[in-house]
Ligand binder design. Structure first.
Ligand code: HMG
Ligand code: MG
Length: 300
């Protein structure tokens, strides 16, 4: 069985632009977010309140949130790693956050400068305060859910352990990240089944596939068949992680929308408007979108 409706978490402005070699001007980011809202997307991950030296591409987070015209019915979650990040996000009027954990020791150290256990000590006061003092719903990302460039294959048990600790801290949803895009549908089935066996409802999981090996769409379909209905993707297939070797772009939102249309699953997105947005963004970035659907429909 497939869900009747999928909620798309558009991560292009954050996951996409954090990985560009140049810093995209804030005006372009603002227009990008406006166009994505015009195209009907209702969850737009806007930016990250991380250390500006770690991710200079998103150092304009305060200015972006100040100048953003927030639409009714659209949510603008941001990434927050620690208490300093939460203070900044709250001061900027952010209403929803995500913390981002690693399933592996190696990536926790590289991405957060913390060990696998230490990362939870960093997140605990963030999630605690966000939920109880700010009334926020907090998503917990888990990165390297299927493979890690330094450690190789990652077991489902290890990912479930990390995920359950995020729920214990107060996260209301997990986003399961294939950061380097190595997963295939059999692994997706095994991981989601392991979460179900641990008592986690599919309604509380999102999937977040990078498309390095061209498996992101097949992996997403596998997750939909198992009952997942929240999917992360990025317009035009932008994306990657500056702290993960071999990370490439996310599943392109256009590729997802094309498939959902074919399956008769509702999503609320105007595909033509979205393709025009990705073509416009590709011109700003100076290279074509890697999305097959953008290339097929984008007129050149
Ligand atoms: P650290 O160097 O250990 O920081 O970095 P610290 O806690 O030791 O603090 C050092 C200084 O930084 C202090 O200043 C802090 O105030 C300041 P000082 O007292 O020395 O003057 N500081 C900050 N300033 C501004 N904003 C902050 C902040 N935090 C500390 N938030 C830290 C630790 C977590 C900050 C760093 O490792 C970091 O920023 N990492 C972010 C890396 C990142 O953004 N990666 C990409 C996102 S994850 C991803 O893409 C994967 C995902 O898409 C899912 C998937 O694909 O799997 C989500
Ligand atoms: Mg990602």
């Amino acid at each position: 069985t497939l869900p009747e409706r999928v909620t798309i978490w558009e991560v292009g402005a954050r996951d996409g632009l954090q990985n560009e070699s140049t810093v995209v001007p804030v005006e372009v980011k603002l227009e990008f977010l406006d166009r994505l809202a015009d195209a009907g997307l209702t969850v737009l991950e806007a930016t990250s309140f991380v250390h500006p030296r770690w991710v200079p591409q998103l150092a304009d987070a305060e200015e972006l949130m100040r100048r953003l015209s927030r639409r009714a019915g659209v949510r603008y979650p941001v990434l927050v790693p620690n208490e300093r990040g939460l203070e900044r996000a709250v001061a900027a009027g952010v209403e929803q956050i995500a913390v981002f954990a690693s399933a592996t020791e190696s990536f926790a150290r590289r991405n957060l400068n913390r060990g696998l256990d230490e990362q939870f000590a960093m997140f605990e006061p963030v999630v605690g305060r966000a939920v109880s003092a700010e009334g926020m719903a907090v998503t917990g990302y888990v990165s390297m859910c299927f493979g890690d460039p330094w450690e190789g294959a990652v077991s489902a048990d290890q990912v479930v352990r990390v995920g359950l600790r995020l729920f214990d801290l107060g996260c209301s949803r997990l986003s399961l990240g294939d950061t380097i895009g190595v997963a295939t549908p059999g692994q997706v089935t095994r991981l989601l089944t392991a979460f179900a066996d641990a008592g986690v409802a599919m309604a509380d999981l999102s999937v977040h596939f990078h498309d390095t090996y061209g498996q992101a769409l097949a992996n997403t379909l596998t997750a939909l068949r198992l009952g997942v209905s929240n999917v992360d993707s990025s317009a035009g297939g932008l994306g990657g992680c500056p702290y993960a070797e071999s990370a490439t772009g996310n599943l392109a939102t256009e590729d997802l929308v094309w498939m959902l249309d074919g399956l008769g699953i509702q999503h609320g997105v105007d595909l033509d408007a979205l393709v025009r947005t990705s073509v416009w963004m590709a011109e700003r970035l100076g290279r074509p979108s890697p999305s097959r659907v953008v290339r097929a429909l984008g007129g050149g």
